[in-house]
Design a protein around this ligand. Structure first.
Ligand SMILES: C[S@@+](CC[C@H](N)C(=O)[O-])C[C@H]1O[C@@H](n2cnc3c(N)ncnc32)[C@H](O)[C@@H]1O
Length: 253
């Protein structure tokens, strides 16, 4: 428990700069520690963060540069037709991960950044409109959508997505009081909307001993069987981070 709290508090170091009113940000941190699966918690978090004025991407753990070497070659290897690959960032918050994929992917991508918090989605949308960037591939597109990612099937066709990225979202859910079941639902939904040999990449600080077991269990409960593997991303402020890759294979075999 102590280890979990110290990791959560590491992720909150940036947050501590958000509010000058100590009681207020302590209450926000408490809310985050207990209720990271709740829309209201994140609306509050992104509202507080935006009060500083000029928009700045907030990154859980690390940003796009730390993970681009996992994502860009994977996309390149999937790009077998000129049609854009559909990429989804689940629980995008105000991270620059989705926009980074859109900007730097050499193959055409349709990137959807999705979050349950309308505040985060509005901030991202406004920022993209006020500071447009040119994608590497002119056929690439970028969208921001308010969405509960436990219900992906209501938004995407089965087997339609090539890549789903999750930076910190599953971690947030599994560490909140009522979030564990939601995290499982998200994995199940990802396995349904991912195309065969597409991938879900979870960037996480959870140890492989715990996460691999949990993921393998979730995959067994799914109609689509999946391969699960893990790579070490590296260390940041004394914490080791991992990339868990989940690749469905059953349906088209
Ligand atoms: C730990 S933050 C990570 C944000 C971002 N991925 C990053 O790297 O900075 C978790 C995010 O998941 C979002 N979230 C929580 N539950 C969600 C759900 N059911 N569907 C979609 N987004 C959700 C929160 O609003 C929050 O932005």
């Amino acid at each position: 428990m102590l280890l979990v709290l110290s990791r959560v508090s590491l992720a909150f170091q940036s947050l501590r700069k958000v509010s000058a009113r100590r009681w207020h940000h302590t209450s926000l941190i408490n809310d985050l520690i207990n209720n990271m699966d709740k829309k209201a918690t994140w609306d509050r978090f992104y509202t507080e963060n935006s009060k500083k004025g000029n928009f700045k991407n907030f990154e859980w753990f690390f940003g796009f540069p730390s993970v681009k070497d996992y994502i860009l070659p994977l996309l390149q290897s999937m790009s077998d037709t000129p049609a854009p690959l559909h990429v989804l960032d689940i629980g995008c918050g105000t991270s620059a991960l989705g926009p980074g994929i859109y900007t730097h992917s050499q193959c055409a991508v349709k990137v959807t950044c999705a979050d349950i918090s309308p505040v985060a989605v509005r901030l991202m949308q406004e920022h993209a409109e006020s500071t447009p960037v040119q994608p590497c591939n002119p056929a690439s597109t970028l969208f921001f959508r308010e969405m509960d990612c436990t219900e992906l099937e209501g938004h995407f066709k089965p087997r339609s997505l090539s890549l789903i990225v999750d930076k910190g979202t599953t971690d947030a859910l599994v560490r909140s009081k009522e979030g564990q079941a939601k995290a499982g639902q998200i994995v199940q939904q990802c396995l349904t909307v991912l195309r065969c040999s597409g991938s879900l990449l979870q960037f996480s600080d959870e140890d492989p001993d715990a996460r691999l077991l949990w993921l393998e269990n979730e995959c067994q409960n799914s109609e689509a069987a999946a391969d699960v593997s893990v790579h070490e991303v590296g260390e940041l402020r004394g914490v080791t981070y991992f990339c868990y890759q989940i690749t469905p294979y059953t349906a088209q075999h």
